[in-house]
Design a protein around this ligand. Structure first.
Ligand SMILES: C[S@@+](CC[C@H](N)C(=O)[O-])C[C@H]1O[C@@H](n2cnc3c(N)ncnc32)[C@H](O)[C@@H]1O
Length: 200
């Protein structure tokens, strides 16, 4: 991780109120694909890691039985809580939790994460994927900045000073090493994609 957890949390606290304002077409497509691939059953519990202002968690709350959002930034989660209230959603909760310590030990059927795991180093991503696998979900849907080709720091999808994206191959290895098979790989842009990992 190129910044500490506290530094990342402070950074997102600062931008939380404006975070939803302008989103790239690639981000929007990624959100849509994560929602589509997650497609929870009505009795499923979904855990959304790095939930931010709730793009994924709130989008899935109408389909799932329960959605649990975890993040390190209270500012981002306050926005998510406000939107949940506005929409009258009472089956979604948001609380402090990190990728490698999600602060959740209940049953989980589907884990999602969108545009968040790239803050971790590759070794930390592996640890996070191992922790996620240990929770026992049948499916993990990861939308994120990830390299399909050669990393290109000139491109706009990540900031080398704070972000640390992996290649698709590195992420695929981490999932398969934990007993998951990749059942879909969606390339949104050569640096943005969605991976669907399902328990073999
Ligand atoms: C770019 S935002 C994405 C938010 C949301 N998932 C979305 O799709 O809009 C990244 C989020 O990841 C969170 N984050 C960063 N590092 C984290 C970590 N180690 N554990 C959990 N969340 C983290 C940040 O606080 C921020 O809310």
């Amino acid at each position: 991780m190129k910044k500490t957890v506290d530094e990342h949390a402070a950074r997102f606290d600062e931008i939380a109120a404006d975070y939803d304002d302008e989103k790239s077409p690639e981000y929007n497509e990624c959100v849509a694909l994560v929602l589509e691939h997650a497609s929870p059953e009505p009795d499923d519990t979904v855990l959304d890691l790095g939930c931010g202002t709730g793009a994924i968690a709130l989008g899935l709350a109408e389909k799932a039985d329960r959605v649990v959002g975890r993040d390190i930034s209270e500012g981002m989660m306050d926005e998510a809580r406000r939107k949940a209230d506005e929409r009258g959603l009472d089956n979604v909760e948001f609380g402090q939790g990190r990728f490698r310590e999600p602060n959740y030990d209940g049953d989980v059927d589907v884990v999602t994460s969108n545009f968040a795991m790239h803050h971790l180093s590759n070794e930390e991503k592996r640890e996070a994927i191992s922790v996620i696998a240990g929770l026992g979900p049948r499916k993990v849907v990861l939308g994120d900045v990830m390299f399909f080709g050669e990393p290109n720091p000139e491109e706009p999808f990540y900031s080398p000073e704070v972000d640390d994206p992996a290649t698709v191959g590195e992420l695929a290895d981490a999932f398969t090493d934990e007993g998951y098979a990749l059942t879909a790989v969606e390339m949104v842009h050569e640096q943005v994609g969605v991976l669907v990992a399902e328990r073999l």
